[in-house]
Design a protein around this ligand. Structure first.
Ligand SMILES: C[S@@+](CC[C@H](N)C(=O)[O-])C[C@H]1O[C@@H](n2cnc3c(N)ncnc32)[C@H](O)[C@@H]1O
Length: 343
């Protein structure tokens, strides 16, 4: 893309000092410093005025989403995926988000949602990630502007133990739409499960298949997701971002609620998970992130996605349970690569 008045590459500049620590050769965590990642930062845009779609499509925009979203073309987005800071005090690359009162967090949610919704097509869908506490304030805001369709609960396993409370081992992802006319590709998000009680009719498997690895059925996806791990150090998608979402989780949202060639927007891009997964699945994307450090990691991952479009846990058009890499590989050999389509 040629640079326009309002859309410019991020200038190289101040950064955090490079990290130097010994680590295992199998540790794939992306933690490139801003200093070492100047070429990635240079691929990001900053906006100073209204931008046309060709200027911003398939790009990472460095900046505050509250300032950037009013500059983006209205009615152009098919799917909005939002993973805002939860209502807890936390630092993102040195910038602190302070926990707020219920009314304060509701006000914050109203602000970014009202900046995002004009960008959505009438047929668009919205997913908002949150923990139980943030959800208390997010849901009434969603209800005012959208039709809420479901609450997905992701059992993420990892979580900090507590002496005087239950460990938080789950998160919610609220699914909402602007109208009754929306995309939902249920066949694209089936879950492959081992059949425990194989039923036969006339001697033939009923709704399941017999493979060398065992008996499997592709089941309808429910709103309880127990098959997705938090990214960890030996996974190529892992970065040093403190709250990175797994590509497998984003793949479910993107495959269900968009079609190839559609546009996915993430205003709180973090380490780039939404844009990277959208790219791997043949969708267009726009990501906004205020931390230059995370923009570097997002762009590094977007580059990696050019040569590796695999998504851990998604193969041959189905989602697999945790710890089934052996079965996935065998099925892959028998059924072809199962790679997602080109953009
Ligand atoms: C919960 S994290 C998102 C993580 C992301 N889903 C991923 O997989 O890496 C929220 C992100 O929003 C960014 N952020 C917070 N406020 C922002 C704002 N006003 N504009 C743009 N980005 C913001 C933070 O820097 C942080 O990276």
């Amino acid at each position: 893309m040629e640079e326009t008045e309002s859309a410019r590459s991020v200038p190289s500049g101040a950064g955090m000092p490079p990290r130097r620590r010994a680590r295992s050769a199998r540790n794939k965590t992306i933690d490139l410093s801003i200093e070492d990642g100047q070429q990635y930062l240079a691929r990001c845009l900053t906006l100073s005025g209204s931008a046309a779609l060709p200027d911003v499509i398939d790009r990472t925009i460095s900046g505050d989403c509250l300032e950037v979203m009013p500059l983006l073309p209205r009615g152009s987005v098919d799917l909005l995926i939002c993973d805002p800071p939860y209502n807890q005090s936390r630092s993102f690359a040195g910038k602190r988000f302070s926990s707020k009162s219920h009314s304060g967090y509701a006000e914050y949610t109203e602000k970014w949602l009202c900046a995002a919704l004009p960008l959505l097509k009438r047929t668009g869908s919205v997913y908002v990630c949150c923990d139980w506490k943030s959800g208390i304030d997010i849901v009434p805001v969603l209800e005012r502007h959208l039709t809420i369709r479901n609450r997905i609960t992701w059992q993420r396993e990892k979580g900090r133990g507590a002496m005087r409370n239950w460990k938080s081992g789950m998160e919610d992802i609220w699914f909402a739409t602007l109208s009754d006319s929306y995309t939902f590709n249920v066949d694209a998000v089936k879950v492959r499960r081992r059949v425990l009680a194989p039923y036969r009719e006339n001697g033939q498997p009923k709704d399941w298949e017999e493979t060398e690895e065992g008996r499997f059925r592709n089941t309808f996806p429910s709103n309880f997701w127990s098959d997705i791990s938090v990214p960890y150090w030996s996974m190529p998608e892992n970065t040093a971002h403190p709250t990175q979402k797994p590509e497998k989780l984003l793949a479910k949202l993107i495959l269900a609620s968009s079609n190839p060639g559609d546009l996915v927007l993430d205003p709180f891009l973090g380490s780039g998970s939404t844009s990277v997964t959208a790219k791997k699945l043949g969708r267009h994307f726009i990501g906004i992130e205020e931390s230059a450090q995370y923009c570097v990691w997002a762009e590094k991952r977007l580059e990696m996605a050019e040569s590796d479009r695999s998504i851990q846990g998604y193969r041959d058009g189905v989602f697999w349970d945790r710890n089934t890499s052996h079965e996935q590989l065998t099925a892959g050999k028998n059924a072809g690569s199962g790679e997602p389509p080109e953009a």
